[in-house]
Ligand binder design. Structure first.
Ligand SMILES: Nc1c(NC[C@H](O)[C@H](O)[C@H](O)CO)[nH]c(=O)[nH]c1=O
Ligand SMILES: CC(=O)[C@@H](O)COP(=O)(O)O
Length: 156
């Protein structure tokens, strides 16, 4: 019989750090609300969630690294909204945020979730922050629970 490993969605007793970017706060605050909703609905206690605000998505990796290295959290959830402007700045911010977040996760072995939405315009961001395309903050929070529990399964 093939052995199948997967992570369940039970969050009770798990501890989460959240790094939220304040840039485009009208979007990121909705992503944060979605993450809180997901964690709460999956049994995570409010006192087991620590949220840190950073200026923008470019600063997320550093604080995510501090949280991951602290060994206080089972996973770190990164939330941001990068909306294309008139210059190439968008590409640099998106690229460094994504690369930095991935590197922290691989370096520390802690699940660090990429909840930074990267959109061409404000409408696309609104759609992904709790309207017709769902809430990416909710989605990555659920994935964070799954990753923590998958790792626990693999370590048995
Ligand atoms: N344009 C966006 C930014 N830009 C700011 C950078 O993230 C960074 O805070 C600044 O360059 C100082 O180091 N950040 C976002 O999160 N979203 C954007 O659309
Ligand atoms: C994603 C960004 O950095 C962007 O909001 C900056 O806008 P602009 O490229 O018009 O300076």
């Amino acid at each position: 019989m093939e052995m199948l490993k997967e992570g369940n969605l039970l969050g009770s007793g798990l501890k989460f750090g959240i790094v939220a970017a304040r840039f485009n706060e009208f979007i990121t605050s909705k992503l944060l609300g979605g993450a809180y909703d997901a964690l709460s609905r999956h049994g995570v206690d409010k006192e087991n969630i620590t949220t840190a605000w950073v200026p923008g998505a470019f600063e997320i990796p550093l604080i995510a690294q501090k949280m991951a290295e602290s060994e206080k959290f089972d996973a770190v959830i990164c939330l941001g909204a990068v909306i294309r402007g008139a210059t190439t700045h968008y590409d640099l911010v998106c690229g460094e945020a994504a690369k930095g977040i991935a590197q922290v996760s691989l370096k520390t072995g802690v699940p660090v979730m990429f909840g930074v939405i990267t959109t061409e315009n404000i409408e696309q961001a609104v759609e992904r922050a709790g309207t017709k395309a769902g809430n990416k903050g909710f989605d990555v929070a659920v994935s964070a629970i799954e990753m923590v529990n998958l790792i626990k399964e693999l370590e048995k």
